[in-house]
Design a protein around this ligand. Sequence first.
Ligand code: SF4
Length: 77
Amino acid sequence: MSGQPLEVSINQEECIGCSACVSEAPETFDMNDESKAFVKPQPHDEQEFIIAAAEACPIDAITVTNPADGTTLYPSS
Ligand code: SF4
């Protein structure tokens, strides 16, 4: 992967606060005071861990995009 960081976003409206994403990629995700996940400032985890976190989210609230070409890495179409 290039040095360009992935774009990671969370639909906080839908987040149920399970913290599964934090367990998978703790350098990328954290929980706020309202038990909603948020994306931490860079640097983030390796891509495989970020994708694993997105896959672990029970309500698919996490979107991961490759900023180099705009490809959506998760959810896969
Ligand atoms: S895994 Fe999904 S629902 Fe759980 S805290 Fe993270 S974003 Fe929220």
